[in-house]
Write a protein that binds this ligand. Structure first.
Ligand SMILES: Nc1ncnc2c1ncn2[C@@H]1O[C@H](COP(=O)(O)OP(=O)(O)OP(=O)(O)O)[C@@H](O)[C@H]1O
Ligand SMILES: [Mg+2]
Length: 236
């Protein structure tokens, strides 16, 4: 059975229709890259999966359960972990307090899992969220979501605005995490090469619809197609 099954999904914001008939599935432990130019609806798709956009047609099933009636909190408890493009950490709380907020009732000692994944966070545990660098904020945002033990992790442009060395560090952590815990990941990313290295399957969105799907290893070898769908800048 698919972990996530999306069928004929139409969604947007009030009267604004953004997604038109999205169909996809994610198997347990699978890594899916979702790519496409600015404004094609990548974030809206993740939001629709989390119950944060208006769905006008279609279904989302997670582990066989229809999610239509579930709000964002309920979806998080059901096993969906969402790291938004905006890195919504609590700036006035310390790193450790931010992590504790992600525990969802698990014992406080479990924050160690976050420090094992991102040792930088352990060094900054008493720093305020607003004192962190962009990369550290992203690590905190990801780590806090992971402490809820999701079975599907939705990452929205985690590399945006980060230096190449930090991007490498984050992608290495995501790969290790996926391999060690078996969490499935949907990765939205404009840094297409990094996304294709990480994931197994890729989906290309254009104007709110899926226009292409292919295994990442073969799509990586088709620069002309990536140029057409994502643009030169996206491949670097
Ligand atoms: N809250 C909103 N209300 C109305 N329209 C919105 C809202 N958020 C996004 N949109 C519109 O929906 C479309 C898709 O936006 P979305 O943020 O999903 O794109 P994206 O692919 O994530 O882009 P980017 O790569 O820039 O993050 C855009 O035309 C955008 O203007
Ligand atoms: Mg976006």
């Amino acid at each position: 059975m698919a972990l996530l099954q999306v069928t004929d999904l139409h969604a947007g914001y009030g009267p604004v229709q953004v997604l038109h008939g999205i169909g996809l599935s994610v198997a347990p432990g699978e890594r899916l890259a979702l790519i496409g130019r600015n404004g094609v609806g990548k974030t809206t798709l993740l939001k629709a999966l989390m119950g944060l956009a208006d769905v006008s047609r279609g279904t989302v099933h997670f582990e066989g359960r229809a999610l239509a009636q579930a709000g964002p909190g309920e979806r998080a408890l059901a096993g969906l972990g969402y790291v938004p493009q905006t890195r919504d950490i609590f700036p006035s709380l310390t790193v450790e307090e931010n992590l504790i907020a992600g525990l969802k009732g698990r014992p406080v000692r479990c924050v160690q899992e976050a420090y094992d994944l991102f040792p930088r966070l352990a060094e900054r545990r008493r720093n305020g969220g607003s004192q962190l660098s962009g990369g550290e904020q992203q690590m905190l945002s990801v780590a806090r979501t992971l402490l809820g033990q999701p079975r599907l992790l939705l990452l929205d442009e985690p590399l945006e605005g980060l230096a190449p060395i930090i991007c490498q560090e984050l992608m290495a952590a995501f790969t290790r995490l996926a391999q060690e815990t078996g969490v499935a990941v949907v990765l939205v990313e404009q840094k297409v090469e990094a996304a294709l290295r990480f994931a197994q399957q890729a989906i290309v969105l254009e104007h709110g619809a899926i226009v292409h799907r292919e295994a990442c290893h073969s799509l990586s070898a088709r620069p002309e197609l990536l140029e057409r769908y994502v643009g030169v800048a996206g491949t670097h």
